[in-house]
Design a protein around this ligand. Structure first.
Ligand SMILES: *Cc1c(COP(=O)(O)O)cnc(C)c1O
Length: 396
């Protein structure tokens, strides 16, 4: 018997995806990823970015990035631990620690990389990780990389977490036990029950880890979900991204000084992958400064989110139970969801459909991401298109 060749593997699997309607085609942008985008020469109201505060196109960030390129060049030239650490990397890390109200912070090349870096630097095959079943893919991969035993608990089910934590402790099998959760869950926009998680962790001596990629810049006046609940001194690892609300690219871990010190000598993406570029660092510093000086963009984001949610509800759409600006429009059946998204596109709204297996079968949705950069006129136009397409497809 011969083994399967690469060509056969790729053809079979690609054809299977295409046959099932699960093949994702990518629409390249011909413009910046602002509140209005251009695709194929067509202008669309953009409700799909994670650019929550509009900072990806902010003039002040662009100027800071250009200035950094003039001073430091376009690339960092080395990994952080050889000679790829610039003074601005340290400045960014200090600003992030202040912003998060922790002793220290460490920056990485992406939020995804943070989870590759931080979990396996601390957890190993003698340990266990209690992980919310809806945690982000990068958390799942980070847990696998650590070789710890992963124990999934039902989504935000605190009773299940408590029972499983107790079982893990009484088994006597594990050296350390960590509980890990998204701060904000990106598909439904619900917030992790951090006060209860902290209570359980305190009682049972668990290490706490919150990946707040969708909460930073959004909750707690911008400082994130942990700050929102007033738990800054209770969470061991606070992960954030510089790629969503901050508008640039990169990620960070904020926590106690010894933790950050350990990550700087033991986390592999810090040791073996070239550091953030000067432009990314300078843009991110400027963003943190702006968020520290004023909460105006954060207020505008919530105002726009409330306006969009009220409008969609009034039109009769099911927007689920989001507690954040993430606004799903739950259509249900997969093909209908895709048809709905396509008709929105034809009429001038870019809102991606999200279907099984990303979300459970029968809960297909179009996910709307309002930002601080949208004007009321843009949102009104989007709502008018929703009304038209909703009636046309018999959804409202
Ligand atoms: C988006 C996201 C990431 C990845 O962040 P990047 O900076 O885009 O790599 C990690 N974790 C969660 C929970 C996310 O939502």
């Amino acid at each position: 018997m011969s083994t399967k060749g690469l060509k056969e593997f790729l053809t079979d699997n690609l054809n299977e995806l295409k046959g099932k309607g699960l093949y994702n085609t990518i629409d390249p942008l011909e413009s910046a990823n602002g509140p209005v985008i251009t695709i194929n020469g067509k202008k669309l109201i953009n409700l799909s970015s994670n650019n929550y505060l509009g900072l990806a196109t902010d003039t002040r960030l662009k100027e800071a990035a250009i200035k950094a390129i003039r001073t430091y060049g376009v690339g960092a030239g080395a990994v952080r631990t050889i000679n790829g650490t610039f003074d601005i990397h340290l400045e960014l890390e200090e600003k992030l620690a202040d912003f998060k109200q922790t002793e220290a912070a460490i920056a990485y090349q992406s939020g995804f990389n943070c989870n590759m870096a931080a979990i396996s630097a601390v957890m190993d095959q003698c340990d266990a990780i209690l992980s919310d079943e809806l945690n982000h893919a990068s958390i799942i991969d980070g847990c696998r990389l650590s070789k710890a035993t992963v124990i999934r608990y039902a989504h935000s089910d605190m009773e299940d977490l408590r029972v499983k934590a107790k079982q893990a402790i009484s088994s006597g099998q594990y050296d350390k036990i960590m509980v890990i959760t998204d701060g904000v869950f990106s598909m439904d926009g619900d917030i992790a029950k951090l006060p209860e998680i902290v209570k359980i962790a305190d009682e049972m001596g668990l290490i706490t880890y919150v990946d707040d990629a969708h909460g930073s810049g959004v909750l707690g006046n911008g400082a994130g979900t942990v700050k929102h609940f007033g738990l800054s001194d209770k969470i061991d690892f606070q992960i954030g991204t510089l790629s969503k609300a901050i508008g640039v690219v990169g990620g960070y871990v904020a926590g106690r000084r010894e933790l950050i010190e350990w990550l700087k000598v033991r986390s592999r993406p810090f040791l073996f992958s070239t550091s953030l570029t000067p432009a990314d660092v300078a843009g991110s510093i400027k963003a943190i400064e702006l968020l520290t000086e004023s909460t105006a963009l954060n207020k505008k984001l919530w105002e726009n989110a409330d306006y969009l949610k009220a409008g969609l509800t009034k039109l009769g759409f099911n927007i689920g139970a989001s507690e954040t600006p993430i606004t799903p429009c739950i259509i249900g059946e997969e093909t209908k969801t895709q048809a709905f998204s396509t008709r929105l596109y034809e009429e001038g709204v870019y809102a991606k459909s999200i279907v099984f297996p990303t979300v459970p079968k029968g809960t297909g949705r179009v996910r709307n991401m309002p930002t601080a950069a949208h004007t009321k006129e843009m949102l009104d136009e989007a709502l008018a298109i929703y009304e038209k397409v909703g009636k046309e497809l018999g959804i409202t």
